[in-house]
Write a protein that binds this ligand. Structure first.
Ligand code: GLV
Ligand code: MN
Ligand code: MN
Length: 410
């Protein structure tokens, strides 16, 4: 597992900070080709589905049984670490490979999945491949374009997917898997601070992402009196502060968090009053109502705040991801697996989005976390030790074996 993680850590975009492997790019495809070869060398047959997900399949012993799937994602954020997503893909591969090497034939087929574009993509949506499996990759999402004008549908086709099938509903039918289990790094400090090797994830928060446009007016930076300016960047600064303040207030009652993580402005010249700014709000809370109340309030309050500066505020919805609770039988299987191997664990909710939250809409799903050093993630400092990864893979293996023994075949 460690060798595979380090190998993928070298297949990155040299023009961006380490360890960047953005979905839909050439380094991503190179990583994918290498992963596919690894899947095949481990004895799995491979296919890329209509959602652009790379799948490695180990045959089961019972004809017609639904597969049990495991996996995560190999794309990263810009400057992302070596473990987010990747740890879950290599652990799933290790589980399937170990069974294949030991000549163990599960009753259900066992599929290892590298989902396409889990991270917020340059086209807007996150979790492109898992949404295609859940049947929630909407035509509007597929039409969204990146800065170069390529649509997500075209990009999906470049990855070997089929946007027409992906838009038509769940690409593997209404019941794609008997169960899905995702191992992932925690991406936060809880397990490390409590000295625990395993987190059994109870569910994932709801997420709403909005794109905001602050519209002002370009004017000469030397001749326009201060009180006559409609400076879009000043408006954006007020908006960012509003989001931060309101989120801090809400956090104490509801646990809501919100971030303005992306902003561009135009014309971005030192001697021109900024004309427009585009920014994103990413808001997350255990209750979707909490998320929508928050973003509604920001749009309302932000609109009147900016009107005071002669600025207009427009907003569009980029995505909603409903909060999910994972299936009790899968959570129990993960807890039993940890107990069986003698590893302590706690239950915990995820504040990070995951492919599993989409797969949970179509089959019994669960997740387990392994610790993240210093809670760091979405940064090159992300780290999980080999020992911690091994514990996670052991628990994944035992959980999948229990599910294979207990779940109905179809
Ligand atoms: C994915 O890492 C997310 O939580 O946005
Ligand atoms: Mn991830
Ligand atoms: Mn991530």
């Amino acid at each position: 597992m460690e060798g595979r993680i380090q190998h993928l850590a070298a297949i990155i975009d040299p023009a961006l900070p380490p360890y960047t492997r953005r979905a839909f790019t050439e380094p991503f495809l190179r990583g994918r080709r290498w992963l596919q070869a690894e899947f095949e060398a481990a004895g799995l047959s491979t296919v890329t589905d209509a959602g652009g997900n790379l799948m490695g399949k180990l045959a089961g012993s019972e004809p017609g049984a639904l597969p049990i799937a495991m996996g995560s994602h190999s794309d990263t954020v810009v400057g992302g670490g070596r473990y987010d997503g990747i740890a879950g893909v290599v652990a799933a591969l290790e589980v399937a490979q170990s069974l294949a090497e030991d000549g163990m034939r599960p009753r259900h087929p066992l599929w290892v999945v590298d989902f396409l574009a889990e991270e917020a993509s340059d086209y807007g949506p996150s979790c492109v491949g898992s949404r295609a499996i859940a049947g929630t990759l909407s035509p509007a999402m597929l039409e969204a374009a990146n800065a170069q004008g390529e649509s997500l549908a075209e990009a999906l086709r470049r990855m070997g997917g089929d946007p027409d099938r992906a838009a038509a509903g769940p690409i593997h039918g209404r019941e794609p898997f008997a169960a899905f289990v995702e191992m992932h790094i925690e991406q936060g400090p809880v397990l490390e601070s409590e000295g625990l090797p395993i987190g059994v994830v109870t569910g994932v928060v709801g997420i709403r992402r909005l794109a905001l446009r602050v519209q002002g007016q370009a004017d000469h930076a030397g001749t326009t009196p201060m009180h006559m300016r409609r400076d879009a960047l000043v408006g954006a600064a007020e908006l960012i502060k509003l989001v931060h303040q309101r989120a801090r207030e809400a956090h104490t009652h509801t646990g809501l968090v919100a971030t303005v993580g992306q902003m561009t402005h135009s014309p971005n010249q030192s001697n021109v009053v900024p004309e427009s700014a585009l920014l994103t709000i990413d808001a997350r809370c255990a209750s979707m109502q909490g998320v929508t109340d928050f973003t509604d309030a920001i749009v309302r309050e932000g609109g009147s705040l900016l009107a005071g500066h002669g600025l207009a505020l427009e907003h569009t919805l980029v995505l909603d991801a409903e909060p999910c609770s994972f299936a009790p039988p899968v959570r129990q299987a993960i807890g039993n697996a940890a107990r069986k191997r003698g590893h302590a664990f706690r239950e915990m909710q995820s504040g990070a989005g995951h492919d599993a939250m989409h797969i949970a809409q179509v089959c019994p799903t669960g997740m387990l976390f392994v610790p993240s050093r210093g809670g760091r993630s979405h940064a090159s400092q992300e780290h999980t030790t080999t020992q911690q990864l091994c514990v996670g893979a052991e628990v994944l293996l035992e959980a999948v074996l229990e599910l294979d023994a207990t779940l109905p075949l179809r």
